[in-house]
Write a protein that binds this ligand. Structure first.
Ligand code: THU
Length: 127
C-alpha cells in the first residue's frame, strides 16, 4: 500500500535540487519501485532550452542507476508542493518502466497509467 503523502513530500524535496534558471519552475518526481525503494528526479534545464530534462526523465535514469526494476506509484510536485501532471513525453517515459498498472498521482487522486496515457504505445507493441 503506497504512502502517498510521503511520496508527495519526497517529490517536493526532490524538486529542491532542480536546475531551472530559465523557467524558474522546480519540478520533482518520486516513485515507489517494485522492490519497495523510492527513486527521485528533478528537472535539469539547459541554455539550449529544448534539450532540458524533465524531472520524470532524470528519475528514469535513477531507476536504472540504482538497480533497475519497475515503477509502481509516481508523484510529481513543484518545489512549493503543487501537483504537476507529467508532459506527454514524460507519460511515455513513465509508461516504459511502469506499464498500464503503475499508479499516477492526479488531481482526482491516484489513477492507473492506462488512464493517464490511454491506448499507449509501449514495449509490448514491438516485435
Ligand atoms: N517539466 C518537468 O520536469 N516535467 C514535466 O512533465 C513538465 C515540465 C519541467 C521542464 C522545465 O524545466 C520546466 O518544467 C518548465 O517547463
Amino acid at each position: 500500500m503506497t504512502d502517498w503523502e510521503k511520496l508527495r513530500a519526497v517529490a517536493v524535496e526532490a524538486a529542491q535540487a532542480a536546475y531551472c534558471p530559465y523557467s524558474g519552475l522546480q519540478v520533482g518526481a518520486a516513485a515507489v519501485c517494485d522492490d519497495g525503494r523510492i527513486v527521485t528526479g528533478c528537472n535539469v534545464e539547459n541554455a539550449s532550452y529544448g534539450v532540458g530534462l524533465c524531472a520524470e526523465c532524470t528519475m528514469a535514469g535513477q531507476l536504472r542507476l540504482t538497480g533497475g526494476g519497475r515503477f509502481v506509484a509516481v508523484a510529481c510536485r513543484s518545489g512549493t508542493g503543487d501537483l504537476l501532471m507529467p508532459c506527454g513525453r514524460c507519460r511515455q517515459i513513465l509508461y516504459e518502466f511502469g506499464g498500464p498498472d503503475c499508479l499516477m498521482d492526479t488531481p482526482d487522486g491516484p489513477v492507473p497509467m492506462s488512464e493517464v496515457l490511454p491506448h499507449a504505445f509501449g514495449p509490448a507493441d514491438l516485435p
